[in-house]
Design a protein around this ligand. Structure first.
Ligand code: RIB
Length: 313
């Protein structure tokens, strides 16, 4: 039977502007459109899990405002248990996102309520952690809360997944509590203090993080796929070839897909397969939670892709 997942993290309302190209310093460019949509790395990862059919609960904070209500509604629609999302006196978190013509994004996050999530909130919802098998975190909430939650999750015997985003240096103590550390290349550089990483550099930098205590590292590499290592086995996995429209939440989709797959069979390779497919679909659609695939969409993508590969190989 599939395991349950708890996501402890941020919820943001995303304000997205589409531009053909990003402005240079001091330059003004015209945007082609602007819209608001539910996001936040924590909420996106929870929504990704819910849409893939995994039992998932979210622990987090929103403001008592319209954005908070919209974010809760979006999570519930994705099948996420939101009973452990509390309302704060602060405003709901916001993310200002620009997406250029090639689908690349720049994001500025204003934490709002997310900045108030404390160890006391985690204790208040301890039962949510006790009842799950896997705990997923990111770094858009206070770092002390991340450390507290990871330590508690390990004391409770849970599997932990940390997406170290947005990027920052981390203490070795925290890495001791991480079963699966999932950075992108930029986060890997920041975590290891490496300025540049070539193909050989990714395994080398990942080995540094294993040496600091993480039990396995998965580096997401965008259109190049991902790299996995646990110190005994190491492997590059290719991405599906797709035409990107908007890469926002691709990493969140990967992490939700990985946690969903791992909750099902505890098989790392199958979990990475699901993660790569979910992320490939996500980059072909606009927005964060709006771009995350449901399970039947993943199945259809794989079916038609294999037919296409048979015909055109
Ligand atoms: O990972 C994408 C997310 O990062 C966006 O939805 C935005 O809210 C920021 O948190």
């Amino acid at each position: 039977m599939s395991g349950k997942v708890a996501v402890v993290g941020s919820l943001n309302m995303d304000i997205v502007v589409n531009v053909e190209r990003l402005p240079e310093e001091g330059e003004t460019v015209h945007g082609s459109g602007v819209y608001e949509a539910p996001g936040g790395k924590g909420a996106n990862q929870a929504a990704a899990l819910g849409k893939l059919g995994t039992q998932v609960a979210m622990i987090g904070l929103v403001g008592a405002d319209a954005n908070g209500g919209g974010l809760l509604a979006s999570l519930r629609q994705a099948g996420v248990d939101t009973r452990a999302v509390r309302m704060s006196k602060r405003a709901t978190g916001l993310a200002y996102i620009t997406v250029d013509g090639a689908g690349r994004n720049h994001i500025i996050v204003v934490s709002g309520a997310n900045g108030e999530l404390s160890a006391a909130d985690i204790e208040l919802h301890r039962q949510t952690l006790e009842q799950c098998d896997i705990v997923v975190l990111q770094l858009e909430i206070p770092l002390e809360t991340v450390v507290y939650t990871l330590r508690l999750a390990k004391e409770l015997g849970k599997t932990t997944v940390l997406n170290p985003a947005p990027a920052r240096r981390l203490d070795e103590e925290l890495l001791q509590y991480v079963d699966f550390l999932i950075p992108n290349e930029h986060e890997l550089r920041v975590l290891t203090g490496r300025a540049e990483l070539d193909e050989a550099g990714v395994p080398e930098a990942s080995a540094i993080l294993l040496g600091k205590g993480a039990r396995a590292v998965i580096v997401t590499l965008g259109e190049k796929g991902c790299f996995y290592t646990d110190g005994r086995e190491s492997e590059f996995f290719a991405a599906h070839k797709v035409v990107p429209l908007d890469t926002t939440a691709a990493g969140d989709s990967f992490i939700g897909g990985f946690a969903a797959g791992y909750a099902e069979e505890r098989d790392v390779r199958k979990a990475i397969g699901l993660a790569i497919t979910a992320a490939a679909i996500t980059v072909t659609r606009r927005g964060a939670q709006s771009s995350l695939p449901a399970r039947d969409e993943v199945d259809r993508f794989l079916k038609y892709k294999s037919l296409y590969d048979c015909v055109y190989k």
